[in-house]
Design a protein around this ligand. Structure first.
Ligand code: 0O2
Length: 215
């Protein structure tokens, strides 16, 4: 898909990209600090790994088309909330809420919206905790609040979501019913696995140890 822009729009787009990239850096640094501090205080890392990405212009245009909107810079900023996206992968479900709380409690982060697909999974079986936040970016002559979509999920939820995403892509949304049903069943297995792994970890902690996950 081709994205055509006038010269002045290219300038605005480049500035926007810089702001969103900076927002990803800010959030990543905050997460690294929280993870390091958690390791220092509790000898435990709640975060397994972090992935961050800027949405490609092609996917932004595709999303605007889906919303029936024109591909303008204004529409991108106003209606596409996940231009900057961070995915945080944790070992246990309890870590998800711990990280969400720690981020929400930071005074410069404004939580715009929370979608808790852990407590209320999507009909597809999708589970994840989504937060839409803004973080201030200090430029030379102004402060800009940049929007970042944060998705927090366990390793098992992430495994399920990435396979389901690939399947949806392959079938362009028209996934055969029996595969959909199988995916919903697998999502239930993922939930049960997450619950059991968390129980084992809690039991080990109760016994005075810590079930370390691989570094
Ligand atoms: P991509 O390519 O991953 O960025 P909205 O952004 O509000 O228009 P929606 O679906 O109402 O879209 O918002 P929601 O539910 O918060 O979902 C945002 C993102 O969560 C999606 O981004 C996906 O990454 C992920 N997601 C949501 N539902 C599912 C699902 O059923 N399966 C999988 N695998 N991922 C899901 P995008 O932009 O749709 O896609």
């Amino acid at each position: 898909m081709e994205v055509n822009m006038e010269n002045d729009q290219v300038d605005t787009w480049n500035e926007l990209t810089l702001v969103y990239k900076s927002a990803l850096k800010e959030i990543n640094t905050k997460l690294e600090i929280l993870n390091d501090e958690f390791q220092h205080v509790h000898q435990y890392n709640p975060i397994e790994h972090i992935k961050s990405r800027l949405k490609t212009p092609e996917s932004i245009v595709k999303k605007l088309k889906k919303y029936g909107l024109e591909s303008t810079i204004e529409n991108m900023v106003s209606y596409v909330n996940d231009i900057a996206g961070v995915r945080i992968i944790c070992s246990f479900t309890s870590d998800i809420f711990r990280i969400a709380d720690m981020l929400s409690n930071q005074s410069d982060i404004k939580v715009v919206e929370v979608r808790d697909y852990i407590s209320s999974p999507k009909p597809s079986g999708y589970k994840s905790y989504h937060m839409l936040v803004t973080v201030p970016i200090y430029l030379s002559d102004k402060i800009v609040d940049a929007m970042v979509e944060i998705q927090i999920r366990t390793v098992a939820m992430d495994f399920w979501a990435s396979l389901e995403h690939k399947i949806n892509y392959k079938f362009e949304g028209n996934v055969p019913d029996y595969i959909r049903t199988e995916l919903v069943e697998c999502a239930h297995m993922v939930s049960s696995l997450d619950d059991r792994m968390m129980s084992i970890n809690e039991e080990v902690r109760r016994l005075g140890g810590e079930a370390e996950t691989e570094a």
